[in-house]
Design a binder for this molecule. Structure first.
Ligand code: NAD
Ligand code: UDP
Length: 325
């Protein structure tokens, strides 16, 4: 892709920081927007001295204060909406803000894309499938979501976000793309975000025990973050004439029970560590595995980093963080 101007909401988050790194390396300009509700100022600081990186601290649910005049008159080519608390403890701590960033935040980002004639890309989630009754999950599956349970602030916000994205495409002709991201991990996750990867890695580095919720027979499929970034870049690279506006799953189909996952972490860090069981949270999906046929056919994309390789890199980065603390 020739150099583009990309506005990225959620730039200070885990995925946002990896996208920013890749876009800058590819010669694009990145305007990051974040309010740090679940992100880290350190992720903004990483790029603060880069000539093609600009940052706006703002709550995108209240508006996105991007004024081209303040940025050398630059028109945006892409608006990527990644802002949203994403870990269950975070979104359950901020349920209303999570709903608002999925609803009003998405609309504000769509309006900006519409005004600039930019391509809009929404970070949706495998959570739109809820506790799925179809396995693995293809994009054609409509999902099985509890509309008022503990996870609904996130699941339903993303389902609404998809709906309004398609409305802007159909009604205003905005070039929209939607990705459904499955569990993704890697360096620069917040160590205290409460997700299974960070919890177990941090617990193992501290000498255990490792907490497995429920019997640990629920499954997840874990994708290393650079694989996700590769899929996003491929989807952005499709010209509008070839673009598919329907959702595209991006995930790694290698499925593990959470107990198996804990055993892999233990093997990589300290084989003797204890695994303990804690209560399973309400509405915790029993299984999750992407059908990635669409991404394979449309983008020629498939994940390339297996769990042990990705976890080894992740553990190393957390080990450095712990040593520096
Ligand atoms: P994250 O919490 O690390 O990053 C989200 C970022 O959005 C944070 O920096 C946060 O401060 C910012 N943010 C939230 N609300 C905001 C608001 N109103 N205004 C401005 N900034 C706001 O999470 P992540 O894992 O990097 O997830 C990024 C996106 O990808 C999210 O939209 C998430 O739903 C989606 N996603 C992630 C995963 C995953 O496994 N990591 C899976 C599915 C979907
Ligand atoms: N989990 C766990 N121990 C932990 C944290 C999470 O067993 O310390 C489980 C959680 O109940 C879920 C799975 O791991 O079944 C993945 O949880 P996570 O919060 O990472 O993401 P989710 O896929 O549920 O959104």
């Amino acid at each position: 892709m020739a150099p583009k101007n990309i506005l990225l909401t959620g730039s200070a988050g885990f995925v946002g920081s990896h996208l920013t790194e890749r876009f800058l390396a590819d010669g694009h300009t990145v305007i990051g927007v974040d309010n740090y509700i679940s992100g880290q100022p350190a992720n903004t600081a990483l790029f603060a001295n880069h000539p093609n990186f600009k940052f706006i601290q703002a709550d995108v649910s209240e508006g996105i204060p991007y004024k081209a005049a303040a940025f050398d008159g630059q028109t945006l080519d892409f608006v990527l909406h990644f802002a949203s608390p994403a870990s269950p403890p975070h979104y359950q701590q901020f349920p209303i803000k999570t709903l608002m960033v999925g609803a009003q935040g998405t609309q504000n980002a769509l309006e900006l894309a519409h005004a600039h004639g930019a391509t809009f890309l929404l970070a949706s989630t495998s959570e739109v499938y809820g506790d799925p009754q179809v396995h693995p999950q293809p994009e054609s599956y409509w999902g099985h979501v509890n509309p008022n349970g503990l996870r609904s602030c996130y699941d339903e916000a993303k389902r609404y976000a998809e709906a309004i994205t398609f409305a802007y495409h159909r009604h205003h002709g905005v070039d929209t793309r939607v990705i459904r991201i499955f569990n993704t991990y890697g360096p620069r996750m917040r160590p205290d975000d409460g997700r299974v990867v960070t919890n177990l890695v941090m617990q193992a580095l501290a000498g255990g025990p490792l907490t497995v919720y429920g019997d640990g027979q629920q499954t997840r499929s874990f994708q290393y973050v650079t694989d996700l970034v590769g899929g996003i870049v491929a989807l952005m690279g499709l010209p509008e004439s070839e673009a598919v506006h329907g959702p595209v799953n991006l995930g790694n189909p290698d499925e593990y029970t959470i107990l198996e996952f804990a055993q892999v972490i233990r093997e990589l860090i300290e084989p003797g560590l204890e695994i303990i069981h804690e209560p399973l949270p309400a509405d915790d999906p029993r299984q999750r595995k992407p059908d990635i046929s669409r991404a394979r056919e449309l983008l020629g994309w498939a994940p390339g980093v297996d769990l042990r390789a990705g976890l080894t890199r992740t553990v190393e980065s957390f080990r450095q963080q712990v040593l520096q603390a």
